[in-house]
Design a binder for this molecule. Sequence first.
Ligand code: HEM
Ligand code: HEM
Length: 183
Amino acid sequence: MLKSGPNHWGSLAKFFHWTIVVLILVQGTIGLVMVELPKRPNVIPVFSFHKSLGLTILALAVLRLAWRAFDPHPRAPASMPHWQVLGARAGHALLYVLIFAVPISGYWFDSVAALRPLYWFDLFQVPHVFAPDPGMKDIAVDTHETLFWILVVVAAGHALAALIHHFHDRDVVLRRMLPFARS
Ligand code: HEM
Ligand code: HEM
């Protein structure tokens, strides 16, 4: 089923969730490795790939949030205490903010550094919406890196909570989000 319901996540919500998780894992790894490579012209394609994949994640985050506006949200299990429901809601809101803020900060860095035109997988040029400002480069890159590590910590806490639901509380929370699984 494409749409979610009171007791299940629809296939589109699951697709967005797990595609973004996998792409963020790949993207974070590429980011951490590429900044350690010797600064030679042959690293430019790696940086370009990172930027293109990052813009793809941003586009998926936009589509995901837009779909969420039309998609009913499954109910929390009745056994879940109120403080946990509020905590989960706050955590999810923060994750939404971060899947936007991390790529936007990368895009901001690329714009202020203005080293070369930005292309999406060599297919079309993406305009730099932020004005070039080399004085902001260090702040922009630190913001990108810091937001990434905040995302890592919040996502790790979120994944741990999902595992506690499954193995300790033995409820449907993780099962109903798994691809191909029906709760
Ligand atoms: C969810 C999306 C993204 C993630 C998870 C991510 C993650 C990272 C990470 C972990 C680093 C290494 C930071 C460090 O240790 O210094 C990095 C660097 C970088 N990112 Fe991203 N990034 C994302 C999106 C983007 C986007 C959309 C752009 C540009 C359009 C971008 C441009 C860059 C650049 C240019 C660097 C290198 C900074 C330097 O030269 O030190 N990133 N990114
Ligand atoms: C980069 C990593 C991750 C991000 C950014 C992320 C983001 C999110 C967001 C924003 C939601 C809320 C969906 C909504 O209300 O529309 C969510 C739900 C969920 N996530 Fe993740 N997630 C990540 C990794 C994981 C991992 C690794 C697991 C499993 C171990 C997981 C399990 C779940 C589950 C079970 C739900 C549904 C919770 C419920 O029914 O209320 N997530 N995730």
